[in-house]
Design a protein around this ligand. Structure first.
Ligand SMILES: NC(=O)c1ccc[n+]([C@@H]2O[C@H](COP(=O)([O-])OP(=O)(O)OC[C@H]3O[C@@H](n4cnc5c(N)ncnc54)[C@H](OP(=O)(O)O)[C@@H]3O)[C@@H](O)[C@H]2O)c1
Length: 328
């Protein structure tokens, strides 16, 4: 019989709601506890989604011996502190992206996972979705030749509010770590770490970056043109240009993937995703826990470290700084 895992949510905010909604669908996930800095908020969240227990502090939750796995959904600047809290209490951790603020913090998180012999994974959920799996399958099976260009963007209109997480640099605000991380992840997954990076950032009045364009160059002659922005609702697309074909897809929509090859255009369908698809990463975490492993074979520690190291380089070039956190 499948083991049932007691899940806890640390930080009852926006993304935690979306995650909890999908966690509820999984038969081996027990919605066990919520933790907030405010007990009423934790109770309301628990009632809304059917969690059994609520805690008015993250530490009290970490002290509960019956919790197996914690989903950390606080702003990036707290990921290190909250991950160490959970790992030191021997709770498996699924921590939201951006995994931390810099690679120094990511290294500390990985070290703690190893020292505590406890599972840790960055919640890079899109890679587990059927659409992305289908894209990878097409790359592996369609004989498209070498990948020459990646074009990938992620934009959404975020109304300017200096206190909002997206603009508040105390909370790691800026489009790069919030959404630019997705195109950077795409380039990393398909082309690896670039040799050269050029960036053009634009800043908001808080000093957070609100839009950024990035150009990655690779030793093998490939190029990635990436961007993110809080200043427009369009677009959220990726184009992968190979020697012998082109794959084009929208990151989150259910629209078919487009494959251009031999002068033809094909629409490629994939298993539809109810809601956003956060459940797939939770399924993967529980598969890893079933196997007794402390590192995902898909979002490995090295993937998270490589991703953050590229983000560090971009931030350094762009002049994006966070108070009380080193650049790298
Ligand atoms: N995977 C995705 O698709 C996705 C989407 C959106 C966001 N995210 C990531 O998820 C994380 C949280 O994003 P979010 O949009 O959910 O953020 P949010 O709603 O603004 O905040 C999340 C929660 O963090 C807790 N928190 C702890 N210390 C805080 C502080 N000093 N100031 C503000 N909040 C604090 C709060 O929970 P309590 O008040 O309950 O303690 C708050 O509700 C970010 O790292 C973000 O990149 C991922």
């Amino acid at each position: 019989m499948a083991k049932i895992y007691n899940w806890a949510i640390l930080g009852c905010g926006h993304i935690a709601e979306k995650f909890a909604l999908e966690l509820k669908e999984l038969p081996n996930a027990n919605l066990y506890a919520t933790a907030s800095r405010n007990l009423n908020k934790a109770v309301n969240f628990a009632v809304k989604f059917g969690f059994k227990k609520s805690y008015g502090s993250y530490l009290e939750m970490a002290n509960d011996p019956d919790i197996d796995v914690v989903y950390i959904a606080t702003p990036h600047t707290f990921h290190l502190e909250h991950t160490l809290l959970c790992l030191n209490h021997k709770k498996a951790v699924l921590c939201e992206k951006a995994f931390a603020i810099n690679s120094k913090e990511v290294k500390q998180m990985i070290t703690s996972s190893k020292e505590n012999n406890t599972f840790l994974m960055e919640a890079f959920w899109v890679i587990f979705k059927p659409k992305l799996k289908k894209v990878i399958e097409l790359i592996e099976t369609e004989n498209l030749g070498k990948l020459k260009f990646v074009k990938s963007d992620f934009y959404f209109n975020a109304e300017y509010n200096p206190k909002n997480r997206l603009y508040n640099i105390e909370l790691g605000g800026g489009s790069l770590l919030d959404i630019g991380i997705y195109p950077v992840f795409t380039a990393l997954t398909l082309l690896g770490t670039p040799n050269e990076i050029k960036v053009t950032p634009h800043f908001s009045p808080t000093g957070s970056e609100k839009s950024i364009s990035m150009l990655f160059s690779y030793k093998n002659g490939a190029t990635a043109i990436l961007s993110s922005s809080f200043e427009t609702d369009y677009k959220n697309e990726t184009e992968l240009c190979f020697e012998n074909g082109l794959i084009k897809y929208e990151r989150f929509s259910e629209n078919p993937i487009q494959l251009f090859k031999d002068g033809n255009k094909q629409e490629i369908f994939f298993e539809a995703t109810k809601n956003s698809g956060y459940k797939y990463e939770a399924i993967h975490v529980m598969d890893c826990l079933d196997k007794g492993i402390i590192e995902s074979p898909i979002i490995t520690n090295q993937v998270s470290l490589d991703l953050m190291s590229i983000l560090d380089k971009i931030r350094k070039k762009a002049g994006i700084f966070y108070p009380n956190h080193d650049t790298v």
